[in-house]
Design a protein around this ligand. Structure first.
Ligand SMILES: Cc1cc2nc3c(=O)[nH]c(=O)nc-3n(C[C@H](O)[C@H](O)[C@H](O)COP(=O)(O)OP(=O)(O)OC[C@H]3O[C@@H](n4cnc5c(N)ncnc54)[C@H](O)[C@@H]3O)c2cc1C
Length: 418
């Protein structure tokens, strides 16, 4: 089974499952997905709240329901899944090493590989908050796994730092399980998560959100006893005199997600400094031609539907590469973030077919605005633009083909419509 693999996929979250389907549908014979967990589905296994699949299945599903539906497609397509198998090393040629309790260590040499390892949460250590490290401080995703999958309650009196979606979802979850949630504190001047999650998880339960605030100290030796919070100035430094101490036994952190790219780096794949994921072209092909990437390992997405769509395309293109039928991208252009754009992906597009670029804005624009390109190769109208939500832009191949030879890069800007 592990010999003569056409397309190998690392990670069986939504991106990896979809990549398997795409690779099989595009004609690859032997498509194998390697997953370190004992079950399939990635982070969606613990997301028992609804809100998944509105685009893909035209229904509002929970995370496990979404995975179940997609796995049906994968099994129909003939994708092979290998669980309990950690990919622990990648070689520069795209081959990799796996470890499995029964089969031991194996060297896998596929014709093409899709990276789909997802992302991980930023821990407290990365924030440098003073104080000891008592029990009771968790990333929101860890607490979510405890409550939804392991059947443990992390605590009874909770403060949340960061207003990313996982933190917002966990506010509601902890409340429904009987905990008291004191408040959510956010360093930025705007919320990090989706508006619908602010409304459904905070406003509906009367939990306050304090923008421009952070935790400046944790108290307690063995168990967390309290946190000190303070307002911050425009440089994000705590303002003296605004500190207050809140008693709590649990601090949940929703302070950002980091694409999981240790393997990508081992393989020598170029990592983009803004996304923290592999630099990819419109085929989701990395700087190593036989290595493709999809989902949160490339850039942190807000909706699983985009992740699955990207996984499908990465799998299809990896299959074409393995079969020797991947078309040339033609003349290629760098796509660069300009005014109002924090990050975007893919960062390279070709002039042979239209490309979809996903982007996040750097600041909220709460009025009609427009994504524009310089030179003009595509644009999109938006009712608003918020950092917590991904936006899409179609870059037209025909417009790229009309550009002079001196043009090497396309800049993407967001501007208000007056
Ligand atoms: C708490 C939370 C709430 C969310 N809510 C919503 C929502 O309401 N609606 C919505 O549409 N989206 C939501 N999302 C977003 C969506 O779930 C993610 O975008 C999506 O799961 C990302 O899929 P992925 O396959 O890229 O990564 P993941 O789901 O993280 O999967 C990565 C997989 O790779 C495996 N892996 C990693 N490294 C290795 C290795 N070395 N060897 C083998 N396997 C490996 C992991 O075990 C994991 O199974 C939410 C996300 C979170 C975290």
């Amino acid at each position: 089974m592990l010999r003569d693999i056409d397309v190998a996929i690392i990670g069986a979250g939504p991106a990896g499952i979809a990549a398997g389907v795409g690779a099989r549908r595009a004609g690859a014979e032997n498509v194998v997905v390697f997953e370190r967990d004992w079950d399939l589905g990635g982070i969606l296994q613990q997301c028992i709240h609804p809100g998944f699949g509105l685009h893909t299945f035209k229904e509002e599903l929970t995370g496990p329901e979404y995975v179940h539906r997609y796995l049906e497609r994968a099994h129909e397509a003939g994708v092979t899944f290998v669980t309990n198998t950690m990919v622990f090393h990648m070689e520069e040629d795209g081959s990799f090493w796996t470890m499995n309790p029964e089969r031991g260590i194996e060297h896998v040499r596929p014709k093409a590989t899709v990276l789909a390892m997802g992302c991980r949460e930023r821990p407290l250590g990365a924030l440098g908050v003073p104080g000891s490290r008592p029990a009771g401080i968790y990333t929101a995703g860890t607490a979510q796994r405890f409550v939804n999958m392991e059947g443990y309650m992390p605590g009874k009196r909770v403060v949340v730092l960061g207003s990313g979606d996982i933190g917002l979802i966990m506010v509601r979850r902890m409340l429904l399980e009987g905990a008291k949630v004191e408040a959510v504190f956010e360093l930025m001047s705007w919320p990090g998560g989706l508006r619908r999650n602010i409304a459904q998880c905070l406003d509906d339960y009367g939990v306050p959100l304090y923008l421009d605030h952070t935790v400046t100290k944790v108290h307690g030796k063995d168990r967390l006893e309290a946190v000190t919070v303070a307002q911050v100035d425009q440089y994000k430094s705590p303002i003296p005199g605004t500190e207050r101490t809140i008693e709590c036994d649990t601090l949940l952190l929703a302070v950002g997600l980091i694409p999981e790219n240790e393997l990508s780096r081992m393989a020598g794949v170029e990592i983009h400094p803004l996304t923290g994921g592999p630099k990819v072209n419109q085929f989701l092909q990395t700087s190593k031609p036989n290595v493709f990437a999809a989902g949160n390992v490339v850039v942190v997405y807000d909706l699983v539907d985009w992740v699955s769509a990207e996984g499908l395309r990465a799998g299809e293109n990896a299959a074409r590469y393995a079969l020797g039928t991947l078309r040339s991208p033609g003349r290629t252009f760098q796509v660069e973030p300009g005014r109002g754009v924090r990050l975007l992906s893919p960062q390279v597009v070709g002039d042979q077919e239209d490309s979809m670029v996903f982007l996040r804005v750097s600041e909220p624009v709460e009025r009609r605005c427009r994504i524009v390109t310089m030179p003009d190769v595509g644009s999109a109208n938006l009712r608003y633009a918020r950092p917590g939500e991904m936006n899409e832009l179609k870059i037209k191949a025909e417009a790229l083909r009309s550009l002079g030879d001196d043009v090497k890069a396309i800049q993407v800007h967001v501007e208000e419509v007056r």
